[in-house]
Design a protein around this ligand. Structure first.
Ligand SMILES: O=P(O)(O)OC[C@H]1O[C@H](OP(=O)(O)OP(=O)(O)O)[C@H](O)[C@@H]1O
Ligand SMILES: O=C(O)c1cc(=O)[nH]c(=O)[nH]1
Length: 191
């Protein structure tokens, strides 16, 4: 069943502006020199844990995700660790079940790479916080596909526009973002 998301009346532009303001208010957009997870450095960094632990920003992200997901009744998946709060809140808001894609399989107990219930052939949309190279998202999709899911869509909060869209396309995955780096940094870049 496809449920009506909240704030359906908001335009994408309104939602984007509100989200940028919330990320900035949470102090999640940092400037300086930062090392990134797949190598290289950057003069800015989105500290996902600052916006994910801020109730206003977390609520806005989950509402925006829910609005984007109104066109599908697919199961949701979150990429550990950062996307776990995002998928949990979005799933609760939408009344949808979800799974978690670990970076590596658990080394004891169940030995699971995918946590939660996943049935063979089930359609899954992956939620992620940040896409830089896109490798983390691709790894999660591959693990979900190996576990039997059908996955062709990844939804991220921020696409840093550093090749993720192209890498995902090579794996037959469409990348959608709530914000691009261009949108997020427009104010700084206009100065
Ligand atoms: O697109 P990529 O080049 O893969 O980079 C982005 C990934 O890196 C960050 O996660 P991080 O490795 O910091 O892990 P965490 O969620 O466990 O903190 C971010 O949350 C993405 O998952
Ligand atoms: O590529 C990364 O590692 C990365 C970039 C970023 O802006 N934020 C983050 O949490 N990780």
């Amino acid at each position: 069943m496809v449920t009506d998301p909240p704030c359906l009346g908001m335009t994408d532009d309104e939602r984007r502006s509100e989200l940028i303001a919330a990320l900035r208010a949470a102090d999640a957009v940092r400037f300086g020199e930062f090392e990134l997870s797949h190598g290289g450095t950057s003069d800015y960094y989105v500290d996902k844990y600052l916006f994910e632990t801020d109730p206003d920003a977390l609520r806005l992200v989950s509402e925006a995700f829910a609005a984007r997901l109104a066109d599908t009744d697919a199961k949701l998946a979150g990429v550990a660790l950062g996307a776990v709060p995002l998928v949990a809140v979005t799933a609760a808001e939408m009344g949808r079940p979800y799974v978690i894609a670990r970076k590596q399989a658990k080394e004891y107990g169940t030995g699971n790479r995918i946590e939660g219930r996943l049935d063979e052939g089930e359609e899954v949309v992956v939620l992620e916080d940040i896409a830089t190279t896109g490798q983390s998202a691709v790894d999660a999709v591959e693990a979900l596909r190996e576990a039997g899911a059908t996955v062709n869509r990844v939804l991220v909060v921020v696409d840093r526009e550093e090749g993720a869209e192209e890498l995902l396309a090579e794996h037959d995955i469409e990348l959608e973002s709530l914000l691009t780096a261009t949108e997020l940094l427009a104010e700084r870049d206009a100065e």
